[in-house]
Design a protein around this ligand. Structure first.
Ligand SMILES: [Cu+2]
Length: 119
């Protein structure tokens, strides 16, 4: 009997260990390397294992602890630093706080020398 209980306990433990981590990929607006750094820095949080933003596809891939984070709270990390996602919009205030080069809603403001200005 004890043996059965133990194996059930182990099976449950294995299942919950698997359930702890989840991953999500979603679109985040961004323009330059500075945006990439800003976005990834915003995801540098406890309970987030991987956060990799791809500037070409404008998508972020996140591996996170499902207990701590959910889809909404992850999206809001991006919007909190001024970047729109495919589900939520950044506030005007957060957007206005970004560097001129990073104003992805109006890309015309990003000049050719944008990269240099970031230094
Ligand atoms: Cu930028």
């Amino acid at each position: 009997m004890t043996r059965i209980l133990l194996s059930v306990a182990f099976a449950l433990m294995a299942m919950s260990a698997q359930a702890q981590k989840a991953d999500l990929t979603f679109a985040v607006d961004g323009l330059c390397g500075m945006c990439e750094n800003r976005i990834e820095a915003a995801f540098d949080q406890k309970g987030i294992v991987v956060a990799d933003y791809d500037l070409d596809t404008k998508k972020i891939h996140v591996v996170y602890k499902a207990k701590k984070w959910n889809e909404e709270s992850l999206h809001k990390l991006a919007t909190s630093v001024g970047h729109d996602t495919d589900k939520y919009k950044a506030t005007e205030e957060a957007y206005a706080n970004m560097h001129e080069c990073c104003k992805y809603r109006d890309p015309k403001s990003c000049s050719d020398s944008c990269g240099e200005k970031h230094r």
